[in-house]
Write a protein that binds this ligand. Structure first.
Ligand code: GLC
Ligand code: CA
Length: 557
């Protein structure tokens, strides 16, 4: 059991580029993060997940790694990293590194060699295929628009990249590739990092023969996810990783797993699995797909509460006692939680941020807080294309508006403003001074102008702030086995306004009630007879009355 400390832990995610700049070049860095550790400690987090900080051409902000054993210059040096880790450990904070090994950068030495010829020591490090009738080997579309194949004239072959052309997929079938990965993992673990968040780790085993993917009528490419997620050898690779590397260290592992089902997750994280500690799945953030299947995630449809509840409940029930899940509303790839699931207008931004925090932190799993979420940071509401930076957003615009002409410009801009990952990537809002205290230089990415109102300096000292509410949520969880381990009971699944559930553990019951609307509604869950109210986002309690975005938690003993 001692090895399961991560079940009680809260993870705080830092996007280093946007966290704190220490040398005023406009880019967040490791010394900047080190300065801010006391803030993260004050919130009560136990673990920091650091987005990639390795050497990278930065086509996808560090998710295209050219050297796994060195630090990107803009973030600092290895000495800065060692100081960060030592300082974190000194403050009893753990550090999870981002392990990006489905693909490397096309600038990585392995790929530079691999692309030269079909018979060098690195030829089989990537997934190469001959053209078929002078074209791509199959219909696979990349996650970042366009084909998932790029032609290399030197080899007369195509290479596979599920993401951008600058992110070629590694060939995990090659045992030498796996040895290289085990070795780079040991490099970081021997430095005493506390574990890994594994980027798209359920995509590493491709289906035999690379068959065509399902393609919506009129769509330029097939949708790869159903084909490439949770592939045939994934369990074998993860078990080998565990035998060779992870089992020799006491660390935490979380697998990012787009497209995984609870049944898949149990095979990775179950008691007998010996693969990973927990999954990071996407069902609850992949609801309301666009009515036009060619557009996938790009849409404008409000999420129906019943669908959201059903997705979360499904995972709660299926994994109970059998596996372990991550709990999150947003990260660096998702829009801001309060704008997406709450209400970011001034009247309700704080209330709904607290309501979302309550709803999530009382579930079973390990909660993740994405930088700025603890302040109730919102989407930026961009209106023009030149405000965007992220290649996923820019490529999708190019493909859907300019090349395929699937939708018009204003509609795509609206979709981007709601769904773009750039919403999460604006610099951290520390205070109301110029550039929000993020940098004294020109920030790499514009700030959300609402930093003058929503910022850490204002919230840390305010008892009623979102920050201090999150602190309470985290403290509650740290002190309650019921919250960590209790069994989940779904209440009124068809209620379109209120999300209510119970948790049961050793004769005690937790009741959580959250109003997801701006209306006052009435619900009676016998809260009048509770032993204690543990937390709520309004100062008083009006019993069965639930005011806009009201959320409250009761204990029954
Ligand atoms: C993951 C990362 C995302 C990145 C992609 C490719 O989904 O979270 O930011 O773009 O993988 O590495
Ligand atoms: Ca800097």
């Amino acid at each position: 059991m001692s090895k399961q400390w991560w079940k009680n832990a809260i993870v705080y995610q830092v996007y280093p580029r946007s966290y704190q700049d220490s040398n005023n070049d406009g880019i967040g860095d490791l010394p900047g993060l080190t300065q801010r550790l006391p803030y993260i400690k004050k919130l009560g987090a136990d673990v920091i997940w650091l987005n990639p900080i390795y050497k990278s051409p930065d086509k996808d902000n560090g998710y295209d790694i050219s050297d796994y054993r060195n630090i990107q210059d803009a973030y600092g040096t290895m000495a800065d990293f060692d100081k960060l880790l030592a300082s974190a450990h000194h403050q009893d904070l753990k550090i999870l590194m981002d392990l990006v090994v489905n693909h490397t950068s096309d600038q990585h030495d392995w790929f530079q060699q691999s692309r030269q010829s079909k018979d060098n020591p690195y030829s089989d490090y990537y997934i190469w295929r001959d053209p078929v009738d002078g074209h791509e080997p199959n219909n696979w579309g990349s996650y970042f628009s366009g084909s998932a194949w790029t032609f290399e004239p030197k080899r007369g072959q195509y290479y596979l990249h599920l993401f951008a052309p600058g992110q070629p997929d590694l060939n995990w079938e090659n045992p030498k590739v796996r040895q290289e990965i085990w070795s780079l993992m040991r490099f970081w673990l021997d430095k005493r990092v506390d574990g890994f968040r594994m980027d798209v780790i359920n995509l590493i085993s491709k289906p035999a023969g690379l068959p065509d993917a399902p393609q919506a009528p009129g769509a330029p490419y097939g949708n790869v996810e159903p084909l490439v997620s949770d592939g045939p050898k994934l369990n074998d690779y993860l078990r080998e990783m565990n035998d060779e590397v992870l089992s020799h260290y006491d660390v935490m592992t979380v697998g990012e797993m787009p497209g995984s089902t609870p049944e898949d997750a149990i095979t990775y994280t179950g008691l007998e699995a010996n693969e990973l500690n927990m999954v990071f799945q996407f069902q609850h953030v992949s609801l309301s797909p666009n009515a036009d299947p060619r557009l996938g995630k790009w849409n404008d449809a409000p999420v129906k509460l019943t669908e959201l509840k059903s997705a979360l409940s499904r995972w709660q029930k299926a994994l109970d006692g059998k596996g372990w899940n991550s709990l999150y509303w947003n990260n660096h790839d998702q829009p801001r939680a309060v704008s997406r699931f709450g209400n970011d207008t001034p009247a309700y931004q704080e209330l709904s941020a607290k309501m979302l925090g309550t709803t999530l932190h009382m579930l079973q799993g390990t909660p993740y807080v994405y930088e700025g979420e603890e302040l109730g940071e919102t989407n930026v509401h961009y209106t023009s294309l030149d405000q965007y930076e992220d290649l996923e957003s820019l490529n999708a615009y190019r493909q859907n508006v300019e090349e395929e002409k699937i939708i018009d410009q204003p509609t795509m801009l609206k979709y981007l403003s709601h769904m773009s990952r750039d919403n999460a990537r604006t610099p951290m809002q520390w205070d109301d001074s110029k550039n929000a205290g993020f940098s004294k230089g020109q920030p790499w990415f514009a700030l959300n102008p609402n930093y003058t109102k929503i910022n850490a300096a204002a919230e840390v000292d305010d008892d009623q702030s979102v920050f201090n509410y999150y602190r309470q949520l985290i403290a509650l969880r740290h002190s309650s086995d019921l919250i960590v381990h209790g069994t989940y009971e779904e209440l009124d699944a068809d209620d379109e306004q209120v999300f209510a559930y119970k948790r049961h553990y050793q004769g005690q019951t937790l009741l959580v009630i959250s109003n997801f609307t701006d209306q006052t509604v009435t619900r009676d869950y016998d809260q009048a007879n509770a032993s204690e109210k543990l937390i709520g986002n309004y100062a008083d309690d009006q019993g069965t009355t639930l005011r806009p975005y009201e959320s409250k938690v009761y204990l029954f003993k």
